[in-house]
Design a protein around this ligand. Structure first.
Ligand code: TYD
Ligand code: MG
Length: 466
């Protein structure tokens, strides 16, 4: 054991490199001597010194560039995880030799998802390996015994030492490996604690190399911080082939899996799961689920959203309640807080719905997150409906809508209006209130004011008649 005083000195063979400007220092410093940034120095294993040669490349032989059209594009083989939604988000399954980073907050179901995937792969006769740095073998077994399929056939290695893990991968030659989590592994060459930027980067780099050589598909599980950034693994995003985000609310059962980066597929795919007693269940027809759960009460509307390339109907709920608080509360679940603030301002300024002295709560039912401007109109209609105490739409069916709200009170078009309209029509939610130009099946509204009239008028007319 070295003296603890020297813990921040680089060991022989390592240097501290600024992650901002690349300057090197022999020991850790709070401020980079190169660019003056704070807390940017990260320990790295020193690269062997390459002496620069004079002239254009010295004695090296020139490479042979080829025209792109002459480059073969071999079909990428895929390993199916046995979970359709997972495979779809991956772009058709796991790619051998690739590295997938799966991020999500604790308790969201990352270990369950990866455990099920490995179980299905093992059941299909593939060699698998589950490396657990977080839970004991017994804990992982307990979870696996709740899961369907061959989850109990997956070999487990409870280990946090990187060298041991790499040696095991080389010896066992698995086709699919899960590292749960990348923040718990530890490279003994580096002084940093497990989970520190230097450690996480080194761990991922070395695993990537071994995976490429052995052709294994590796899923690195990573925790995210409260702010939603992958803690440490943020620095991994450029290093891995695919970054997936598993999200939802812990207390709710719905989970969405999204690709933020994918070298082997599209990033617009998303999968919906439900956490049940026996693990995660894929929700193939999420719209049906959410529409049937929608309430017919003031403050509820259905949003025709897009989850990647798939349309998804979700219920947006609002509660507006008088408040003594200054400023009053603005609570948003499942939508961006700033979008809510914008929508409230436009409602007050251009549509005559002021909620300045009331608490406003907006919630996307089921714990789903919708991060798209198309949600604006649903938020606006739900808030207006709640503020006026009037049910949106007429009859038994809830009202469906989509559209971006502009700062001058206009409704702006958003992507894929035809898919959204078709999905709403499938559930009898026509006409759908939408921006001008949306197409057949839409009740087109040029402004937020016009949309409010369309959504809330019929009920008011009825109230007046009564
Ligand atoms: P877990 O996969 O351990 O989450 P993570 O690895 O992302 O931290 O699972 C989290 C929760 O899921 C846990 O609270 C228990 C619950 N769960 C179920 O409801 N059903 C199940 O079949 C399993 C395995 C877990
Ligand atoms: Mg876990």
């Amino acid at each position: 054991m070295g003296p603890t005083v020297g813990a921040r000195m680089a060991r022989s063979g390592t240097v501290f490199v600024c992650s901002s400007c690349g300057a090197e220092a022999p020991r850790w410093l709070g401020q980079c001597p190169g660019c003056g940034e704070w807390n940017t120095l990260v320990e790295e294993i020193a690269a062997p010194v390459v002496t620069a040669r004079r002239g254009g490349g010295g004695g090296a032989r020139p490479g042979a560039p080829r025209r792109l059209r002459d480059v073969e594009t071999p079909a990428v083989p895929r390993l199916s995880t046995g979970l359709k939604e997972f495979d779809r988000v991956l772009g058709g399954g796991l790619v051998p030799g690739s590295l997938v980073l799966l991020g999500g907050s604790p308790g969201i179901g990352k270990s369950t998802l990866t455990g099920m995937a490995l179980g299905n792969l093992a059941g299909a006769g593939h060699r698998t390996l589950y490396v657990s740095g977080e839970e004991s073998a017994a804990q992982v077994r307990l979870r696996a015994s709740r899961l369907p399929g061959a989850a109990l056939d997956v070999p487990i290695l409870p280990e946090t030492d990187l060298d041991t893990v790499l040696a095991t991968i080389v010896a066992e030659r698995p086709e699919a490996v899960v590292i749960d989590s990348v923040q718990t592994l530890h490279a003994s060459e580096l002084t940093g604690a497990p989970g520190s930027v230097g450690q996480v980067r080194e761990v991922a780099n070395r695993i990537a190399r071994v995976a490429k050589e052995g052709g294994a598909a590796v899923i690195l599980v990573g925790h995210v911080t409260k702010e939603g950034a992958l803690a440490g693994p943020r620095v991994l995003e450029h290093l891995v082939d695919c970054v997936l985000q598993f999200e939802g609310e812990r207390e709710r059962t719905y989970r969405t899996l999204r690709a933020l980066k994918n070298r082997f597929g599209s990033t617009s795919e998303a999968g919906v799961f439900e956490m049940r007693q026996g693990g995660l269940v894929e929700v193939q027809d999420a719209s049906a689920r959410f529409v049937s759960e929608a309430t017919r009460a003031p403050g509820s509307v259905v949003l025709a959203a897009m989850e990647g390339s798939r349309p998804l109907l979700v219920e947006v709920q609002a509660l507006v309640s008088p408040s003594e608080l200054v400023p009053p509360r603005r609570v948003a679940n499942g939508i961006d807080r700033n979008r809510l603030a914008l929508v409230l301002a436009v409602l007050a300024r251009h549509a005559g719905v002021g909620v300045g002295s009331a608490d406003v709560f907006v919630n996307v039912a089921g714990g789903v997150r919708v991060d798209e401007p198309g949600a604006d109109l649903a938020v606006a209609l739900a808030v207006a409906s709640a503020a006026r105490g009037v049910v949106a739409g007429a009859g038994e069916r809830p009202v469906a809508c989509f559209g971006e709200v502009g700062l001058t009170g206009e409704l702006r078009s958003v992507a894929h209006p035809e898919r959204r309209l078709a999905e709403a029509a499938k559930f009898g939610l026509s006409p759908t209130i939408a921006p001008v130009g949306a197409g057949r099946g839409a009740s087109e509204a040029p402004t937020l004011r016009a949309a409010l009239k369309a959504a809330l008028a019929s009920e008011r007319a009825r109230a007046r008649a009564a």
